[in-house]
Design a protein around this ligand. Structure first.
Ligand code: GLC
Length: 736
């Protein structure tokens, strides 16, 4: 439909029909069995509101979507097609590693392919819009939703957000297999005080702009069709009703002109925030801030028309919002093809197809991070080995946003062993303990996730595991958080593995010191004790459909680990929030030199994380030369080239991610001690050497200055080049 016809359609619509386009309802109202991702409180939707609602959330199969769309359009006065939206975060039926794990691959292009595959599968189920990528920068592992983010670095997050938008949307969302992306949660949802989900966010505007906005901006510049406002406050005003945030910053400054949707019932939550007196005021403030679509609060359908009739809201503003929504439907081609790619044949063709499974395997292999290895990995053929832990025989290897994946289609470690016959005869598998004990709080989740095992049964499991461990030459333990201990509404104060699994680890360690660990988690964990005692630790995160095969490929050496942490692993939860790009402070503490006690430090733990951002081992070793600069002074507009010589000093071909960090030593606002500005993944044969070069210009040196403007300032800089954020390999240069 051309734009003129779209505007003609808008002209013909009544006020109620226009407001209807601004209302999103759960598929639950139209079809039992849709996915509920928020509280389904009594919403008071009238039957008319349901018939006019412009979009639907939570429908996850083609047949249902086609039935709903057909009925919806037959009842609609102008036969306007509905938009079908869903959280397609890290895959659809083929599930990829959680985004935090994908960030560890340091390969945004790979995630673009994963997002494209996810779009292909989701589109075949009739989904038009995904509520992804989640672009929230994260620094606090107590927050359960760190699993949805690419990590703690604004540059890396920006690359991933752009890649995922491109993957979902492709060149044109009208094309087959493409869906609209929704960058979320605007803004700074990843910075809740104390890591407690939905809590207040307290940031300076400079920190907001420098660290949290870049990834959203990157997704918007990549053409994201939608943005979702966050639940949290910014500058003590809830994002959903925050005019400065949504109109001045998002629309005017960042230039976003797509559809702005609230988060689930967030408009209603303006009341609980103490920002609005009641539903009517919430409608007025949310609309006044620029929210186009009300997700599941019912408030827009209840009050917007009256607010227009009472001339509190100008109908022309309603027309602008409705035009953006109709334009999105038109860009998707829904007026001509209301079912777009939805079809059971398409689902059969694309779900878990070999191409997608292959991609899932590659992504899972590349997102695993080898944290420690004193020679245990790869496993030795013929060595009597025990595989012990609740992650040995579970197929729940996906994150909490992977409800569209069918766990029956995922094999466990134990099941995949048959593909490694040369190892199988010497490996004994033993669960050893439940994933979590029944008293663990997983409020609101399916009861079946809490295994009902008595204390005596647990003791028996631990005893049996101890016996198996005694007989083994070495033990590999498969341990980690329950997959529902991370994700939305899953903040944790103690970020350890479940206590029953720690009992299992200790019992095994008491009888066999040759322990390695494969760790599953949706967040960085406090693994201090495990890290001291285990000879090797492979972090698998929540690796998705091909997770078991990826892990076994790495454990047997078929694949080599190459992942680098996209988020710091704390030494202790007491350090949190902890992140590499922190400020020096006026009393920096350097534990390598003798200093007075009046320094920025703890009495009882180090400042450094246990494993830092950018860190990860592989099955070979590398040496890196000093940094070489082609010049030591540059003027504006010029570039400097910084290079290193990298040598593979091991016996295996290896992949290393060479990282380049900048430090601005003196500026009009304090600058971080390091900032990642570029990285290159290189493959080097044993004994081979390669030169890796990075160009540095104004772009790499710019920041939000004390006058609020973005740019660089003359002065002295350091350029660091290394294999993780701890590198002290630097040279200095001057910007004149
Ligand atoms: C949830 C999440 C948001 C998600 C939305 C729809 O509350 O905050 O990320 O997209 O509801 O499921």
């Amino acid at each position: 439909m051309n734009d003129d016809r779209l505007r003609d359609l808008l002209e013909k619509m009544t006020l109620e029909e226009k407001v209807g386009q601004m209302v999103q309802i759960s598929g639950e109202f139209l079809e039992k069995g849709s996915v509920l991702t928020g509280p389904m409180l009594e919403k008071g939707f009238t039957n008319e509101a349901i018939c006019l609602a412009g979009s639907v959330i939570g429908i996850q199969n083609a047949a249902t979507m086609r039935r709903i769309q057909k009925n919806y359009m037959e009842r609609h006065p102008h036969e306007i097609p509905a938009l079908f939206m869903m959280d397609v975060i890290n895959g659809y039926r083929t599930v990829f590693p959680i985004p935090l794990a994908q960030g560890c691959a340091f390969e945004p292009d790979l995630s673009e392919k994963c997002s494209s595959a996810a779009a292909r599968e989701a589109a075949s189920s009739g989904i038009h819009v995904t509520f992804a990528p989640m672009a929230d920068l994260v620094r606090d592992a107590r927050w359960g939703r760190v699993m949805e983010s690419p990590g703690e670095d604004p540059y890396l997050n920006s690359l991933y957000c752009r890649a995922m938008v491109r993957g979902f949307q492709g060149e044109d969302i009208k094309y087959s297999g493409k869906i609209a992306a929704c960058v979320k949660h605007f803004a700074a949802y990843g910075a809740p005080v104390a890591g407690r989900d939905y809590n207040t966010v307290e940031l300076s505007e400079n920190t907001l702009r420098e660290f949290y906005i870049p990834a959203y901006d990157s997704g918007i510049k990549a053409g994201a069709e939608m943005v979702m406002a966050a639940f949290n406050t910014v500058n003590r005003i809830p994002s959903t009703g925050n005019k400065w945030l949504l109109k001045d910053l998002l629309r005017k400054e960042l230039g976003f002109d797509g559809v702005l949707i609230s988060d689930w019932a967030a408009i209603e939550e303006l009341i609980a925030h103490g920002y609005c007196n009641g539903r009517k005021e919430a409608a007025e403030k949310a609309f006044g801030a620029g929210i186009d679509i009300d997700m599941m609060s019912g408030i827009y359908s209840e009050h917007l028309s009256d607010l227009v009739r009472s001339e509190t809201i100008n109908e022309k503003e309603i027309d602008k919002a409705v035009y953006r929504i109709l334009r999105l439907k038109n860009r998707l081609g829904l007026f001509e093809h209301p079912y777009k790619d939805a079809g059971e044949e398409e689902e059969k063709k694309y779900f878990l197809c070999q191409k997608h499974r292959k991609l899932a395997l590659e992504a899972a292999e590349k997102s695993c991070v080898l944290l420690k290895n004193e020679g245990e990995f790869p496993l030795k053929i013929g060595r009597k080995t025990a595989f012990i832990g609740p992650y040995v025989n579970t197929n729940k290897l996906t994150g909490s946003w992977s409800f569209t994946g069918d766990k029956k289609e995922i094999v466990s470690i134990k099941e995949i062993l048959s593909e490694y016959p040369e190892y199988t005869e010497n490996i004994t598998c033993m669960q050893g303990s439940p994933m979590i004990e029944f008293d663990m709080e997983l409020k609101g989740f399916d009861e079946e996730e809490k295994e009902k095992i008595s204390g005596d049964e647990i003791e028996k499991m631990l005893d049996d595991a101890e016996e198996v461990a005694k007989e083994a030459q070495s033990v590999v333990m498969f341990l980690g958080e329950h997959f529902l201990q991370s994700g939305e509404a899953a903040s944790r104060a103690y970020i350890t593995i479940p206590s029953v699994q720690k009992r299992l680890f200790d019992r095994v360690y008491n009888v066999n010191k040759n322990i390695s660990v494969v760790l599953f988690s949706g967040r960085p964990l406090d693994i201090m004790d495990i890290s001291r005692k285990a000879n090797a630790i492979l972090l698998a995160w929540l690796p998705g459909t091909e997770g078991a095969r990826a892990i076994m490929n790495i454990l047997t050496g078929t694949a080599a680990p190459e992942g680098k942490l996209s988020m710091s692993f704390p030494w202790s939860v007491g350090q949190i929030p902890i992140f590499y790009n922190s400020d020096s402070t006026g009393r920096p503490y350097d534990n390598h030199i003798q200093q007075d006690r009046f320094r920025s430090r703890y009495l009882d733990i180090p400042n450094e994380p246990l494993y830092p951002f950018g860190y990860g081992l592989t099955y070979t070793s590398f040496s890196i030369s000093e940094v070489v600069l082609d010049r030591t002074r540059i003027s504006r507009g010029e570039k400097i080239c910084a290079s290193v010589l990298v040598k593979n000093t091991g016996r295996r071909t290896g992949i290393e991610t060479i990282q380049m960090y900048i430090r601005d030593l003196v500026a009009s606002v304090v600058r971080p001690v390091k900032e990642l500005k570029a990285f290159k993944k290189i493959t080097i044969l044993p004994g081979e050497e390669k030169t890796v070069c990075f160009d540095i210009g104004e772009q790499e040196l710019s920041f939000y200055k004390s006058d609020g403007r973005y740019g660089c300032e003359e002065g002295k800089f350091r350029v660091y080049i290394g294999t993780d954020s701890r590198t002290d390999n630097f040279k200095e240069f001057i910007l004149e």
